[in-house]
Design a protein around this ligand. Structure first.
Ligand code: AMP
Ligand code: MG
Length: 412
């Protein structure tokens, strides 16, 4: 019997074959979750000019250095500066200017006192009952970003905060690692399109829509190639044109040991070199991974997922998603099991395999409690849909026992 590969080793082999793709230029509005292919430097200082951090009064701190509740100081209010305007006058001793958040600090002033800290004085003046520090509530030009400084390095994964920074600099497009193109194909003589009525013995293709849904959620362009029968000639035709187009091929079904399973042999005929087949996981054991190296082209990744719908999706999330992240130029963030919960029930598992367990997770005092749904099954769509969490039980353990701590992630 073929030795099962441990899942961590399988992931390492995948990463060995998934270096970052090339670069493309995209508008800033499409740059979130992308990786910079080149560093970006600051065109402008941020803030671009000294401005008020508060709604209040701009003044000279020295004028109110002796102000106290017993001896308030009154300043003449000369004008109001709204955000977007610039002040007309220079603030002189004994004067203040009403100023709104974001408005440029007027000449002569060195600080701002919040409106809440002031009271109206006599004849339109403002009364201050407390001293302030020079520079208070002033956002100084360049205090955040200096002109010419490094804003974001090559390899940075852009989040909305980065988009804000780039937008504030007037940067309208960026060079980023391109997204992989993924082609999805379901194989199986029994399959009909999910919009069609299955004849006796046949079932609807649920993997196609499910895999496409997950990939679109991850922002990856997907081409859904529909259904191919378990006929080597037909499969070869679809897969050879897919290999020419896509960076990553995701085929479900036909990777087990059934008489008509032909994905594996067709991959081989087309020149896909098998990197591994069969991983020590449940569900998902028959997972196949190979690489297609056409002369002069960059290598393509080919995944053969088990046909069983739950196994196919688990493999996509656990193995294909990290590959896609690596191709996009960043250290994979998935799969990630940051949360820990306490099992509320026992569940037997194969000792030599890692098992992914569909659970109902509920918050409980200081943590989470996990009810492992029973029975688990790689074709049990209703069961998986009822779950809200996926827990992972390590190999080397033959039974999860009530009270065990399990790592899990949310499914919903
Ligand atoms: P296979 O991996 O081809 O042996 O398929 C294993 C099981 O998954 C069989 O019961 C198939 O009918 C089922 N299956 C395969 N492909 C799909 C699909 N695209 N949608 C739903 N079920 C499938
Ligand atoms: Mg099949």
């Amino acid at each position: 019997m073929k030795e099962l590969l441990c899942p961590d080793a399988a992931l390492r082999l995948i990463f060995d074959h998934a270096p970052a793709l090339g670069a493309e230029t995209v508008p800033l509005a499409q740059a979130v979750d992308r990786v910079l292919a080149a560093e970006v430097r600051a065109r402008d200082a941020l803030p671009p000019f000294d401005n008020s951090a508060m709604d209040g009064f701009a003044l000279r701190a020295a004028d109110i250095k002796d102000a106290s509740p017993d001896h308030p100081v009154e300043l003449t209010v000369r004008e109001t500066i709204r955000a977007g305007e610039t002040g007309r006058i220079e603030v002189k001793t004994g004067e203040a200017v009403r100023i709104m958040t974001g408005a440029p600090l007027p000449r002569g002033a060195d600080s701002v006192v919040m409106v809440e800290m002031t009271e109206p004085g006599s004849r339109g003046a403002v009364r201050m009952a407390k001293a302030t520090r020079s520079g208070s509530h002033v956002r100084v030009r360049g205090e955040d970003v200096q002109e010419g400084s490094l804003l974001l390095d090559r390899g940075a994964l852009l989040c909305p905060y980065d988009v804000a920074l780039l937008a504030a600099q007037g940067i309208t497009e960026v060079s980023v690692i391109r997204r992989p193109r993924v082609a999805v194909l379901a194989t199986g003589d029994e399959l009909v399109d999910y919009r069609d009525e299955p004849a006796a013995g046949r079932i609807r293709n649920s993997n196609g829509p499910a895999l496409q849904a997950a990939l679109s959620r991850w922002g990856v362009p997907v081409e859904n190639l529909g259904i191919a029968p378990d006929k080597p000639d037909a499969l070869r035709a679809v897969l050879s044109s897919a290999l020419a187009q896509a960076d990553v091929l995701v085929v479900s079904g036909g990777v087990s040991v059934g008489d008509f399973d032909c994905t594996k042999s067709v991959f081989a005929e087309l020149g896909v070199r098998e990197v591994f087949w069969k991983v020590a996981i449940k569900p998902g054991k028959p997972l196949l991974f190979g690489v297609y190296e056409a002369p002069g082209a960059r290598p393509k990744l080919a995944f053969g997922l088990p046909g069983n719908p739950i196994a196919a999706l688990v493999c996509l999330e656990e193995f294909v998603r990290p590959a896609l992240e690596s191709l996009q130029g960043y250290a994979p963030k998935h799969p990630s099991y940051h949360l820990t919960g306490t099992a509320l029930n026992d569940y037997p598992k194969p000792e030599d395999r890692r098992q992914y367990l569909f659970c109902r997770a509920e918050p409980a005092s200081g943590g989470y409690e996990l009810t492992i749904l029973r029975p688990q099954g790689s074709a049990m769509l209703g069961m998986a849909s009822r779950a809200n969490a996926l827990a992972v039980a390590p190999s080397g353990v033959s039974r999860i026992v009530r009270g065990d701590a399990l790592k899990f992630r949310w499914l919903k």
